[in-house]
Design a protein around this ligand. Sequence first.
Ligand code: A2P
Length: 335
Amino acid sequence: MAVNVAVVGATGAVGEEFLRILESRKFPIKELKLLASKRSAGKKIKFCGIDYTVQELNRHSFQGIKIALFSAGSSVSKEYVPYAIESGAVCVDNSSAFRMDDDVPLVVPEVNPQDIAKHQGVIANPNCSTIQMVVALKPIHDVARIKRVIVSTYQAVSGAGLKAVDELQKETASILAGRTDFKRNLFPYQIAFNVLPQIPQSNAFLPNGYTSEEMKMVNETKKIMGDNSIRVTATTVRVPVVRGHSESVNVETEKKITASEVKKLLSKAPGVKLVDDPANQLYPLATMSAGKDEVFVGRIREDESIDKGINMWIVSDNIRKGAALNAIQIAEKLL
Ligand code: A2P
């Protein structure tokens, strides 16, 4: 049955991807409403060959809407998700606004699809780095019970939006041209030819010394996996890559599991593509993941410093599985 769908943040990096995926997966849309800020009102966006006019988001935007996909930041979600619910829409929210609320399911369809049914009008889409990690961890956890995870991320700038991609490209061009007058707007330091151990780019640090992105990985992993006993520690890092987050992940398990058992498990795990052929220098890359749906996993090795540990390298398109695709998979399950 076709339904009326609204996309909030339709002009953003994730919004653009929402539209590409809705179109390619032939999501059953009766009417489509594209919403953004006042700045974009009137702008035309093509969807399935038809020009749609972007409208300014307001509290009445959701009349007749069945599914609202939100990706316009936390403050917009906090303000407008309640109006959408009041109008009878179910919201899939890509922001962090409601993720840790007890009555809001936080869902990765390959991991905890059963939680979708518990929603009360809003389902939260997890943080991009967390999504790709749990898709790969769940099959291991089911077999060997994961006790502890140590993760370091190498995150693409598109996670910070289209303006961040623009800043990386312009700064790179400026440095290559030998200029020294580039004016940064977003990142606290040069991101071109550099690596920043801070995500997000502003108000990142919490009193415990971790960044909010790092604590999202800790807390969201437990909630999605439905297991508060998993210990997680994270270091999240921005790298000058446009698209595709990479992660070095170390897991310690309760039960011994060998590297070849992990490879076998992941080779048939939903949403995972195993790319692990060191003899031929084959391993997951950000460039390999860009525009793809899968979570790519490789470099699987036993951690020789402990009895029961595994190291691996997990890569996925942060805008696709890390955001838009995961949200649309949730919406498909809702239908
Ligand atoms: P706009 O393009 O009109 O600013 P990104 O993550 O790529 O920066 O995109 C953010 C998205 O959220 C854009 O579509 C942006 O619209 C939208 N957005 C930002 N602030 C608001 C707001 N106050 N109301 C509605 N949409 C907003």
